[in-house]
Design a protein around this ligand. Structure first.
Ligand code: URA
Length: 203
């Protein structure tokens, strides 16, 4: 636990060992309002990791990331857009406990938790990370730049290419922006060597 960031050890070996270290976490005040810790889920050897902000109501109830309305949209992006199975990717968040009223996590909460997502990424070593919205983009990439300027442009985190894009919750409020996310996702697919469906075969 020495020289730690967010309470995680420096060289975790597996996702299970990171989860074990997280334990019944009380490192920040978010623990007071949570029902369930939402650690993350998916393939431990995924080529692609999605990083969101933090659990919402449904995620807190179920203990799984992105299972509410925004989660359904993310699942559609993965399964209908990218044409891969959700179980083939890994999905997690910057903070593992639900912020009250779904507010953005506060800096002290991010500081207490971000080490865990960093360790998850270190274990998985994906080929690409997609950050969903401002919170993961700014905190993983150490920038104050907003998502509107960052999206669609390749960034790098610990040598791993990062594609920032809009959060699916934003798309639910602004469906007219979906095309921009699809542009970003196509760049990700290209990088992963996935075939991009032509418009004609799109369904
Ligand atoms: N929004 C997020 O950022 N993460 C989730 O897990 C669900 C909604």
């Amino acid at each position: 636990m020495q020289g730690d960031e967010g309470g995680t050890s420096v060289h975790p070996e597996t996702l299970d060992s990171i989860r074990e270290e997280l334990g019944e976490c009380v490192r920040c005040k978010l623990h007071k309002g949570r029902k369930t810790i939402v650690f993350g889920e998916g393939d431990a050897e995924a080529k692609l990791v999605f990083v969101g902000e933090g659990p919402g109501f449904e995620e807190d109830q179920q203990g799984r990331p992105f299972v509410g309305a925004a989660g359904q949209l993310l699942t559609d992006i993965i399964e209908k857009g990218m044409r891969i199975k959700r179980a083939e990717v890994y999905i997690c968040n910057i903070v593992k406990c639900r912020p009250p009223g779904n507010r953005n996590p506060e800096p002290d909460e991010v500081a207490a938790c971000i080490g865990f997502v960093k360790q998850q990424i270190a274990v998985i070593r994906p080929q690409v990370i997609v950050t969903l919205g401002n919170v993961p983009t700014q905190n993983l990439l150490n920038t104050k730049e907003g998502i509107t300027r960052m999206r669609g442009k390749w960034q790098e985190y610990e040598g791993i290419p990062v594609m920032p894009t809009f959060h699916p919750s934003y798309l639910l409020r602004s469906p007219g922006e979906k095309g921009k996310v699809w542009e970003d996702i196509k760049l990700v697919m290209k990088r992963l060597g996935l075939s991009i469906p032509s418009k004609e075969s799109d369904s």
